[in-house]
Design a protein around this ligand. Structure first.
Ligand SMILES: C[S@@+](CC[C@H](N)C(=O)[O-])C[C@H]1O[C@@H](n2cnc3c(N)ncnc32)[C@H](O)[C@@H]1O
Length: 318
């Protein structure tokens, strides 16, 4: 199957990342290299592009996509949460720019057997890293009812979380859940008909929740953003595109703490904690795709882009 994924908010990414000839840029979610290809064109033959992804299929696609570019390309399979080590090993510990385009690629969604989609019958897998330790089926068939409810409520923002968790535990008493169809049918049974009439597909939130849990997405986002703030060169840029509010909140909070790290009580007339500003946030509010982009690429609909520029040394206020 050929790799298909249209890079989201490409012109906004280039505007805020601002890659220049000779720059070292880390694309922390390289996917098939859609954003990377345009970045590579901007940094030219003296530039270096480091592409990270957990998914070997994505990196194979990126390798082909980036074949003709003139810059040096280093592709690394790994978790962007481990970016500091990956950059160190690549020999470029402090890039000029770092891009995150979180979530799942169209290719992953469209490859039914990866189990990310509720629209096709497939094993309940959902691992971004095919060698990852836990699948969605593992969670569904072993987690306690309370834990399932928490995952579905917290990561899926699903108001029917407790009923869905109850139905999962009831169902697995007879047979384990194995396929996306098993879960979709169960959700149809758990969510009352009236609540299913409007809005997105009734399984969408639960599938999102499981994907986030399987891949510890919020933990990785937090580690990745903190590593990026620490590692990017002074003057360098960080750009992050999120697709749901939980991811976006992690980015927003991390940027805010780095812009205003002072922990002194407001009653103190002067700062005594010594923590200095590390970032300038360039987007006071997140930026969304244009109406035209949403029309031509509906998967861009929920994208929110935030960007920041490093102003000082590392976090911690030395
Ligand atoms: C939305 S896609 C990126 C698409 C890419 N920007 C492009 O234009 O082709 C997100 C990618 O991030 C990868 N990914 C998700 N979590 C990751 C993690 N913790 N570490 C590294 N890569 C991750 C996924 O495998 C997927 O390929």
């Amino acid at each position: 199957m050929s790799y298909t994924h249209r890079p989201v908010m490409l012109s906004e990414v280039l505007e805020y990342l601002d890659p220049s000839p000779g720059d070292v840029i880390c694309d922390a979610t390289c996917g098939g290299g859609g954003h990377s290809l345009e970045i590579a064109r901007k940094i030219g033959e003296s530039g270096v592009l480091i592409g990270i992804d957990l998914d070997p299929q994505a990196l194979n696609a990126a390798r082909q996509n980036l074949e003709g570019v003139s810059c040096r390309v280093i592709l690394a399979r790994g978790n962007y949460g481990d970016m500091a080590v990956i950059l160190e090993e690549a020999g470029y510990p402090n890039p000029n720019g770092i891009l995150f385009d979180f979530g799942v690629s169209s290719h992953q969604l469209d490859t039914a057997e990866r189990g990310f989609t509720y629209r096709a019958e497939a094993p309940l897998d959902m691992r971004m890293d095919p060698d990852g330790p836990v699948t969605a089926a593992d969670i569904l068939n072993t987690a306690s009812e309370g834990e399932l409810e928490r995952i579905i409520r917290e990561y899926g923002e699903e108001r029917w979380a407790s009923r869905i968790a109850e139905f999962i535990v009831e169902r697995r008493k007879t047979a384990p859940l194995q396929t996306s169809g098993d879960l979709v049918n169960l959700i149809y049974a758990a969510v009352p008909r009236g609540a299913r009439r409007d809005g997105p597909h009734p399984a969408r939130r639960t599938f999102q929740a499981l994907r986030i849990a399987v891949n510890d997405e919020l933990g990785s986002v937090e580690r990745g953003i903190l590593a990026a703030i620490d590692r990017v060169q002074p003057g360098g840029r960080i750009v992050a595109i999120s697709y749901h509010s939980l991811e976006d909140r992690v980015v927003k909070e991390a940027f805010k703490r780095a812009e205003r790290p002072c922990t002194c009580p407001p009653s103190l007339p002067v700062c005594v904690c010594g923590k200095k500003k590390v970032l300038d946030v360039l987007t006071k509010k997140p930026i969304g795709p244009t109406d035209e982009e949403v029309r031509s690429n509906p998967r861009s609909r929920s994208a929110k882009l935030r960007a920041a520029r490093k102003v000082l040394g590392t976090l911690g206020g030395e």
